[in-house]
Design a protein around this ligand. Structure first.
Ligand code: SF4
Ligand code: SF4
Length: 431
């Protein structure tokens, strides 16, 4: 089955001309050649095989029988953070689906019994307990104690705050969820939470355990639908991308509209439901999370035929619509930051659909920490180079990896929610 799925992408693989643009951010958007690099595993390993183009060539060699699945292939394929920058860089010059091939290649490798052991262990936990880090503690909902939140689905509410079970894993995520809940309540929203949230399943997605993800995504959609809300709010950029863009490919989308915290806060501020009276005197730069940005575009339907002309050239009739990342969530977090008095925001070189990965996704921090480290250090250096005193992001995975590789904390990393909470004058209440 996974081989057939890979073979169905053969045309995409054959379109690779080995031009290597996928290792770079297309030049018109780069203001400094130092930050033309796009691919963390290539920067780390200095070898074409690790790039988006290299993975296309290896996938083609695999389905054509020139190579087999083995541990070497698995090591290279799972050094990729699945950030998708090669996909949009390649689309700067041609219409081809690089990310689809990378994901299908990884799924086939896993189906053949290869791939990192640490990934398999997480997928086994998710399959066995419903949680990739094991079952939540008995006091799982303590983070919301004392807040006027409805308990769903027993009670009814307009909006569900769904943290994706990350609150069970890190006290900082619990604190951020509490801050976001307080902001939503301050804006007068009717908010509910689930007593025992299901794991959103992002580890199964990133580690290419397709069957586990399909089961988990269907279960999560059932739970979210049963909550009866019209809107679901998620604090993590990666969870937004998974729910909005990838769930429909593996199971289905939840019935309610799914929005990221930055989209909600932007809307509340625009409508005057929230205000930010407290100034924050700080110079910051905003890091676009890959899955909040270019990886949050929902799949587009297409019906047509693959045809051939001149005996060698294949094309799709009618042309397939492509996602090139431009419709991701880029402006809401920037608009929110620009409303905070005293905050000075500068842009890095690799931004929006060409944002550079922090190294925190794809299961890379667990399986290839050297790649996660290279990515984070490059991003931190970029932030320093544009004169920022701190990085603001909107995804728990970005914040965790950017902090992990600078133990001294020379470049503080904030979540957008932290700054909005402080500027709203609520600071000190959520801890
Ligand atoms: S994947 Fe695209 S950008 Fe990369 S080498 Fe192939 S054709 Fe060039
Ligand atoms: S998805 Fe990101 S890490 Fe993976 S090959 Fe493409 S650019 Fe490199």
């Amino acid at each position: 089955m996974t081989k057939r799925r890979l073979e169905a992408l053969r045309t995409e693989m054959t379109k690779c001309t080995r031009c290597s643009l996928c290792k770079m951010v297309p030049m018109p958007t780069v203001k400094d050649a130092k930050y033309a690099n796009a691919c963390p595993p290539v920067i780390t390993n200095h070898f074409h095989a690790y790039s988006g183009g290299g993975l296309q060539v290896m996938a083609l060699s695999l389905i054509d029988g020139r190579i087999d699945v083995d541990d070497d292939l698995a090591r290279v394929a799972f050094a990729c953070t699945t950030c998708g920058l090669c996909d949009v860089s390649c689309k700067f010059i041609m219409e081809a689906e690089r990310q689809d091939v990378i994901l299908a290649l990884r799924e086939h490798i896993v189906a053949q019994g290869h791939g990192p052991d640490v990934h398999r262990a997480a997928a086994d936990r998710l399959r066995g307990t419903g949680y990739s880090n094991g079952p939540p503690p008995a006091d799982a909902s303590n983070w919301a104690a004392g807040l006027d939140l409805k308990s769903l689905p027993e009670e009814r509410a307009d909006v569900l705050l769904y943290t994706g079970a990350s609150v069970y894993e890190d006290p900082r995520h619990a604190t951020q969820a509490r801050k976001l809940a307080e902001l939503m309540l301050a804006a007068g929203l009717d908010v509910g939470i689930l007593d025992r949230e299901p794991d959103v399943g992002i580890d199964a997605f990133w580690t290419a355990h397709r069957g586990v993800l399909e089961t988990q995504a269907a279960h999560v959609c059932d739970v979210l639908d049963a909550s009866g809300v019209s809107t679901i709010v998620v604090p993590s950029g990666s969870h937004l991308g998974l729910l909005r863009a990838h769930y429909p490919r593996y199971a289905r989308a939840p019935r309610a509209k799914v929005v990221h915290a930055s989209e909600l806060l932007d809307d509340l501020l625009r409508r005057g439901r929230l205000s930010l009276p407290e100034p924050i005197e700080r110079s910051v730069t905003y890091h676009d999370p890959c899955y909040l940005g270019r990886q949050s575009e929902p799949p587009q339907s297409w019906e047509g035929e693959e045809k051939m002309t001149h005996g060698v050239l294949t094309y799709f009739d009618p042309p397939k619509p492509i996602n090139n990342g431009v419709n991701g969530v880029y402006d809401p977090p920037r608009r929110v930051l620009d409303r905070i008095r005293g905050l000075r925001r500068t842009e890095m070189h690799r931004i929006r659909e060409y944002s550079f990965c922090c190294g925190g996704g794809g299961g890379v921090p667990e399986a290839h920490p050297e790649v996660a480290r290279t990515a984070a250090e490059s991003r931190i250096e970029e932030a320093e180079d544009v004169g920022a005193e701190a990085i603001v992001t909107a995804c728990r995975y970005c914040a965790t990896n950017l902090e992990r590789w600078q133990p001294g904390g020379a470049m503080p990393v904030f979540d957008l929610i932290d700054l909005v909470y402080e500027a709203a004058g609520l600071q000190g209440r959520a801890t």
